[in-house]
Design a protein around this ligand. Structure first.
Ligand code: HAM
Length: 420
């Protein structure tokens, strides 16, 4: 290949490569999410990233479908979409089995999702999103459980209640206001999406007026929305959340959420730090989505928590975990002819559950140890003719410098007690 034909090492626009340090953090977050979901009785599920494009046409938000999906035609002339969100997939899977399933059902998943967005802080073209949803429970206790689960994940990641705020509202407030102002049904979804973007646009009132083609109604709508500060339902939810130990929920009727399918409680979790004042994630109740697949009406509520905003949150609040490689021990080779001995020792240690790498670099022993240190591997053993012949090995702890000489069958035990 000539110089000009070299392939770029850059990833596709708006997606990320995960080097071991990045993957370590990703896994840290996912393990916390998974653990807390399971503490709440949620079971893990999964699905393909490929969905028939049709799934999103009537069920998501028009903006996502028209402007943000990755859709292509496959070799068999089928229209295929890379899933932009998990809720339609979840609803499809649930609707397919709802008849034989014990309800309420609680499921979670951490899929990667694709949205053709303008990449910016907190928004990329591929992200991972924890989805936790409960199906078959229509009461306030399911809404409370979902919010409490979101709260517990934040706490598990090290957040204090003052670090974030759970802003809750209810789509029924919007429905009531649209009704009283006289906003026609066909405009409702567009108006809701416009309201969702309200904080990001300057000429909100003008756009609203244009959308519903009625200035008086626009003014009245804005006034009425400002007037409603809470509802009996949201106050009941607040009491229940307090009983569950959630004290950072506030009612904020300006929360609307972008998707068309929400029907009841909606919420969004915000970072309270002045350095990162933004929505971290959100969700809500969608009682009509499952019946779109032809079955009975089955209530559902859940949320989606993205990894990009979660990382930003952890960074802002100094909650990032310190990187530790999976490898606990590196065997460094002093003389070439000790290599096969080192490889056999590594096999023995692996059987005892020690994660161990053998250094094949052929470099000087000091360089090999520096390499282990650079990789943040906590322990090394230098292996030469002396170790091979005596069967005794000196384990060095690279962070403290402490050394311990032991026979092979005592190494694993020593490492585990030092690693705690
Ligand atoms: P959403 O608000 O579109 O909701 O996404 C939920 C979260 O996913 C966002 O708050 C954000 O953390 C993350 N997210 C979304 N888009 C991006 C992006 N382009 N880049 C990075 N992060 C992103 C939903 O998707 C609903 N389906 C959630 C849900 C589940 N509602 C009920 N159940």
């Amino acid at each position: 290949m000539s110089k000009r034909e070299k392939i770029s090492t850059e990833s596709y626009k708006g997606v990320r490569d995960f080097y071991p340090e990045d993957q370590f953090l990703q896994r840290y977050m996912f393990e916390h999410m998974e653990r807390v979901c399971e503490l709440y009785g949620y079971e893990e599920y999964s699905a393909s990233v490929l969905e028939p494009a049709e799934l999103y046409r009537s069920k998501s938000s028009q903006e996502i479908v028209n402007e943000q999906t990755y859709t292509f035609t496959d070799r068999g002339d089928r229209e295929v979409t890379l899933r932009p969100e998990m809720t339609p997939t979840f609803a499809r899977m649930m609707a397919a089995r709802a008849r034989d399933m014990a309800l309420p059902a609680r499921w979670y998943s951490i899929p990667n999702l694709f949205r053709y967005e303008r990449p910016q802080k907190g928004r990329l073209r591929e992200h991972w999103q924890l989805n936790a949803d409960i199906v078959g429970a229509s009461g306030v206790e399911a809404d409370a459980e979902i919010i409490s689960l979101a709260h517990a994940i934040m706490r598990s990641l090290g957040a204090e209640e003052r670090d974030f705020e759970i802003r809750v509202s209810d789509r029924r407030i919007l429905d009531a206001v649209y009704n009283s102002v006289g906003i026609a049904k066909e405009y409702a979804a567009d108006v809701t999406r416009l309201l969702d973007r309200r904080a990001k646009i300057d000429d909100f009132e003008a756009q609203l007026t244009e959308m519903i083609a009625h200035e008086e109604k626009a003014v009245k709508l804005i006034e009425e929305l400002e007037h409603i500060t809470s509802t009996a339902y949201l106050e009941e939810l607040r009491v229940m959340l307090e009983q569950l130990g959630v004290r950072n929920m506030i009612v904020d009727t300006s929360i609307t959420r972008g998707f068309d399918y929400y029907t009841g409680m909606i919420f969004e979790v915000f970072d309270t730090s002045p350095d990162n004042r933004r929505s971290l994630f959100g969700g809500g109740r969608y009682d009509n989505l499952l019946s779109m697949f032809g079955g009975d009406k089955i209530p559902a509520v859940g949320f989606g928590m993205g990894d990009v905003t979660a990382r930003d949150f952890l960074e802002t609040h100094n909650l990032l975990p310190e990187y530790a490689p999976a490898t606990e021990l590196m065997l460094c080779i002093v003389e070439d002819d000790a290599t096969s001995h080192a490889m056999r020792l590594a096999q023995d240690l692996r059987r005892e559950d020690v994660t161990v790498a053998v250094n094949f670099s052929g470099k000087r022993i000091g360089d090999q140890i520096r390499q282990a240190d650079k990789m943040k591997i906590p322990f090394v053993i230098a292996i030469g003719a002396k170790e091979r012949d005596s069967g005794r090995y000196t384990i060095k702890n690279l962070s403290t410098g402490a050394e311990m000489t032991l026979p092979a069958d005592r190494i694993a035990e020593h490492l585990f007690s030092s690693l705690g």
